[in-house]
Design a protein around this ligand. Structure first.
Ligand SMILES: Cc1cc2nc3c(=O)[nH]c(=O)nc-3n(C[C@H](O)[C@H](O)[C@H](O)COP(=O)(O)OP(=O)(O)OC[C@H]3O[C@@H](n4cnc5c(N)ncnc54)[C@H](O)[C@@H]3O)c2cc1C
Length: 434
């Protein structure tokens, strides 16, 4: 391997795509991964099924990100789209399917097949990979990257692609190394916060709620100034707190709000109906079941295990028969079904975030090349950047698209400088002959 190969640090989604793209353009590539194999985080993504991207017009996919991130990602998303991701996988014998909710998975439902395809692409286009290779620093001089350090060893290069990921799920290798180097190399670092993390609730939720799932509920977070954000989707009560897409979707805003204020979590179990509609529906159900106890009636509408808590909260005895349920008691039930204050959000652990929000500031990176504005020859892609999308395949798409652009622009620059060097060598040889 030439001393002047393009070095890619980190073999996750962004690094593997960057290495493949650059190698397929004819540049020599060496990818360095600290783990004993590539794509460890990809292997656990989407519950081991790997939600590779999201279906739909690419501009809509971009709009799922916060505004500044959307603007930064626009070029990359159009350069390597969700269709391109699906075609790339198909070319490697990994067809994908689109779920009803727009999420795209490999047909086999195996993340291993996705990693196999990405690694296969790098190797078949001539890229090299080195495992158990933890990079310890980026070498730099006169405004340009000059190589990397690997413990005592140094590798020279004028082109380094930094794809070391975020700072959560540290066991997968993402300990935030790239973010620390970004800071050393004078980049602005947007404070790191958890995103797509479960919410811990205080006081802890009743033990017998563990495992209860609510389909399509609406969770909202509130501070002293009112509602901050809400998210509708499936909700799962776990031994630690609340998980599922709705809770994960709120965690980034909740973590930010917690820095300022106390934050409470509210649950709307019937988001499709307003108060009056739900009251009328409940009234009809109660009238149709006048002889039944209210807990039996509600168990037909809600997960059984939460009904005793709901009735306890508004002090309606579970044995109350439908025909004696007062209008006020019914309206209290409806009020709770629409906005149940579940508790305070106690802690959001950054390591449990499926994504790290924050990282190297987007203002320090050129969106059309992914090259750093601070260090020539340093390219950045994936979660090391201040990018964090919602659940649904958005984060991998962002990693793939930015990786693709970083790989292409590093290769273009490498090819140009290589051509210049060979022209210079030719002309000096010519001079010597003359
Ligand atoms: C449990 C879980 C499930 C997820 N599910 C999905 C999903 O289904 N769909 C989706 O879109 N997103 C999902 N995500 C998010 C998605 O996996 C990440 O956003 C994406 O993998 C980021 O890609 P990346 O290449 O930037 O970083 P990573 O995939 O994290 O890769 C970074 C790589 O760099 C290596 N590295 C770090 N430091 C060094 C160093 N010093 N030297 C050498 N190598 C180093 C790491 O070992 C790692 O392999 C999930 C995340 C988690 C944790």
């Amino acid at each position: 391997m030439s001393a002047n190969s393009i070095l890619v640090i980190g073999g996750g989604g962004a690094g593997l795509i960057a290495a493949w793209r650059a190698a397929s353009m004819g540049a020599p590539i060496l990818l360095l991964e600290r783990n004993h194999k590539a794509g460890i985080k990809l292997l656990i993504s989407g519950g081991g099924k790997c939600n590779v991207t999201h279906d739909g017009p690419i501009d809509d996919l971009g709009k799922a990100f916060p505004k500044l991130e959307e603007r930064f990602l626009r070029y990359a998303l159009h350069t390597f789209t969700n269709e391109d991701v699906r075609n790339m996988l198909l070319d490697k014998g990994v067809p994908t399917i689109i779920r009803e909710d727009g999420r795209v998975f490999p047909e086999s439902q195996r993340a291993g097949d996705v990693v196999g395809a990405l690694v296969g692409n790098v190797l078949s286009s001539g890229g090299k990979m080195r495992f158990d290779a933890r990079v310890t620093g980026i070498l730099f001089g006169s405004g340009s990257v000059t190589g990397i350090a690997l413990g005592g060893e140094q590798l020279s290069s004028r082109h380094v692609i930094l794809t070391t990921g975020g700072a959560s799920y540290k066991k997968t290798g993402t300990t935030g190394d790239g973010i620390a180097w970004g800071r050393q190399l004078a980049h602005t670092i947007v404070p790191l916060r958890p995103a797509l993390a479960p919410l811990m609730i205080t006081p802890p939720l009743p033990r017998d709620w563990r495992g209860v799932a609510v389909r399509g509920g609406r969770l909202s977070i509130h501070s002293g100034r009112g509602e901050i954000d809400s998210w509708q989707g499936d909700i799962l009560f776990t031994h630690e707190g609340i998980s599922g897409p709705a809770a994960l979707g709120l965690s980034r805003r909740a973590a930010l709000a917690l820095e300022q204020d106390e934050v409470t979590l509210h649950l709307d179990l019937f988001p499709a109906s307003d108060f009056a509609e739900l009251d009328s529906q409940l009234n009809q159900v109660v009238n149709a079941n006048r002889g039944k106890k209210i807990d039996t009636i509600l168990c037909g509408m809600l997960p059984d295990r939460i009904v005793p808590y709901l009735l306890g909260k508004i002090q309606v005895p579970a044995s109350t028969r439908g025909y004696v349920l007062t209008r006020d008691a019914r309206r209290n039930i409806v009020a709770l079904l629409k906005s149940w204050e579940i508790g305070r959000i106690g802690r959001i652990d950054i390591d449990r975030g499926e994504v790290t929000a924050g990282g190297i500031a987007l203002d320090d990176v050129v969106p059309r090349t992914m090259e750093s504005k601070k260090v020539r020859g340093l390219y950045l892609a994936g979660e090391v950047l201040d990018i964090a999308g919602p659940i649904g395949g958005y984060n991998l798409q962002a990693a793939f698209s930015t990786g693709f652009v970083a790989g292409a622009s590093a290769a273009r620059s490498w090819l140009e400088s290589n051509e210049k060097n060979s022209r210079a060598a030719d002309s000096s040889a010519q001079k010597e002959r003359e």
